[in-house]
Design a protein around this ligand. Structure first.
Ligand code: FAD
Ligand code: NAD
Length: 451
């Protein structure tokens, strides 16, 4: 069936794909009195990714950093807004429709006679006048053998309890074995691959749990836990200036995280991985690292719905990172499809900050009816922050090209906290994160195996 929701009311249909930084920011800012708005996403919540590294160890609770999509949708009271909990499987740009597969029973307008309702697992085509693609990206394994089978990612909220469960089970099993047993050592080894901000923050949080909580329950186990951070480049966090990256490296090493720089993982087996360290231009050293828990954080690649569309459009040929967009964020080669966030290639980093600004820009254009005649999108860089563990963070805060603050340490950690609180896009979530941090000052982390 082709669903064209509101085709009779004279307003144009804007269809948004994705409930992440791009999609939800767009939904928040679009004037629903001017357009019929439909959001399609298999994920019924928004995820505040900047605090995702804090959840596997329970520094922050998983539910604190997700917000149901419907909480954003109900605020849009001035017009028609509907949400399909569904995956878009194909963009049919010649027909101006998106094919979706529904993940739940959906009756978008609550009217029992509504012909637009669809059942779980049904497929349907949704008609659009304008399409906003904000489907993000997915973890990239670079085709390295064994990663998909044995590695764990930290990209969506459901990854977080999986990491915690595996770490707890390994601790339990290690605790049955005598000290000095190589199997005990393996179980207590965590390897994080990728020294970008996801990998660094995750390693820092894991070490915090070991030093601040596990040490109190099981001191002999805690002192044997070894976290490795493996990075192919000569530096970690390469988007920061060298003063801050050297400081970050020093902090990680002080907290006993073992750094492997110029080291690329080339294969992953069930209980060990193979890492190759570049010693000189011609020489590499190959090492086997046994692990109990492996977290793979080497960045992202485009989703299949995006690569399928790229194949169909001559102007997109050769694009490997996502949909090429013009200065108005319009997908090159198409008239009424826009791309924002990680699935768009606009010459900017794949960050929440960029996705949010792109969504804000585009909604302004739509709200002022300036589609086709607006000024180009201009990005304003507010800087970057990263948590390192041990209550230390680094920050480079800017306003465009103007430097406002550069630093690292405890004060920067508090600045990090305040700025992250201010970035959270709902008051419910902000309140929950604040209370999680307050709780942490009084009690240990919530480190539950089954939750
Ligand atoms: P996402 O936020 O990933 O949203 C994509 C949405 O599309 C999701 O809802 C998904 O379910 C949905 N979707 C997927 N497939 C389909 C489909 N076929 N049909 C419909 N919907 C679909 N950036 C920063 O600026 N600062 C930070 O501190 C920061 N920290 C991060 C920490 C972590 C652990 C991670 C993983 C990322 C972090 N980022 C940070 C990067 C930031 O999260 C991304 O750049 C941002 O999420 C991109 O927004 P997006 O809307 O493009 O994609
Ligand atoms: P990333 O792409 O930034 O970093 C991945 C790292 O993995 C790279 O440094 C790369 O050299 C390394 N790598 C790749 N293959 C490897 C291999 N086989 N062996 C060893 N190392 C390998 O990925 P990310 O950290 O997930 O970040 C993704 C995006 O999200 C970035 O744009 C980042 O800025 C943003 N982000 C920002 C923050 C923050 O601001 N605090 C936090 C997380 C993510």
């Amino acid at each position: 069936a082709t669903l064209s929701s509101y085709s009779n009311n004279g307003k144009k249909n804007v269809v948004i794909l994705g409930s992440g930084w791009g999609g939800i920011s767009f939904l928040q800012h679009i004037d629903e009195s001017k357009y019929n708005v439909t959001l399609i996403s298999p994920r019924p919540h928004f995820l505040f990714t900047p605090l995702l590294p804090s959840t596997p160890v329970g520094t922050v609770d998983e539910k604190s950093i997700i917000e149901p999509v419907v909480n954003f949708a109900v605020k849009k009271t001035k017009g028609n807004v509907s949400y399909y909990e569904a995956q878009a499987t194909k963009i049919n740009h010649l027909d101006n429709t998106v094919t979706i597969k529904s993940f739940s029973h959906v009756n978008p307008f609550g009217d029992s006679k509504n012909p637009e309702s669809i059942k779980k697992n049904d497929s349907a085509d949704i008609k659009y006048d304008y399409l906003i693609s904000a489907v993000g990206a997915e973890p990239n394994t670079f085709g390295i053998p064994g990663v998909q089978e044995h590695g764990m990612f930290l990209k969506e909220i459901e990854h977080s309890p999986k990491i915690r469960k595996q770490f707890i089970e390994n601790i339990e099993r290690a605790n049955l074995l005598p000290k000095g047993d190589p199997e005990r050592k393996r179980l207590l080894t965590l390897v994080v691959v990728g020294g970008g901000p996801t990998g660094v923050e995750t390693a820092g949080e894991l070490q915090d749990y070991v030093d601040q909580d596990l040490k109190k329950y099981l001191p002999s186990i805690a002192e044997e836990v070894q976290i490795h951070l493996i990075e192919a480049l000569p530096v970690i966090l390469n988007m920061f200036e060298s003063k801050l990256t050297s400081y970050a490296q020093k902090v990680l090493e002080q907290t006993s995280i073992k750094l492997h720089l110029k080291t690329a993982v080339s294969e992953v087996k069930e209980k060990h991985l193979i890492a190759k360290t570049k010693i000189s231009d011609t020489e590499t050293k190959t090492e086997e690292i046994p692990y109990g828990t492996l977290i793979w954080a080497t960045g992202n690649k485009p989703r299949s719905i995006v690569t399928d569309l790229i194949k169909e459009i001559p102007e997109q040929q050769g694009s490997r990172r996502g949909l090429l967009v013009d200065e108005h964020l319009k997908v090159k080669g198409l008239n009424n499809v826009y791309a924002i966030g990680d699935n768009a290639v606009a010459g900017l980093a794949p960050t929440a900050q960029v996705a949010h600004q792109e969504a804000e820009y585009l909604t302004k254009v739509f709200n002022k009816n300036q589609v086709g005649s607006a000024k180009p999108f201009k990005y304003l860089h507010y800087g970057a922050l990263a948590y390192l563990g041990a209550e230390k963070a680094i920050a480079n805060i800017t306003y465009g090209k103007r430097q406002l603050y550069t630093g690292g340490g405890l004060i920067t950690f508090y600045i990090w906290r305040v700025l992250y609180l201010s970035m959270i896009i709902s008051w419910r979530s902000r309140f929950k994160v604040m209370s999680d941090w307050f709780k942490l000052a009084l009690f240990k982390r919530d480190f539950f195996k089954e939750l």
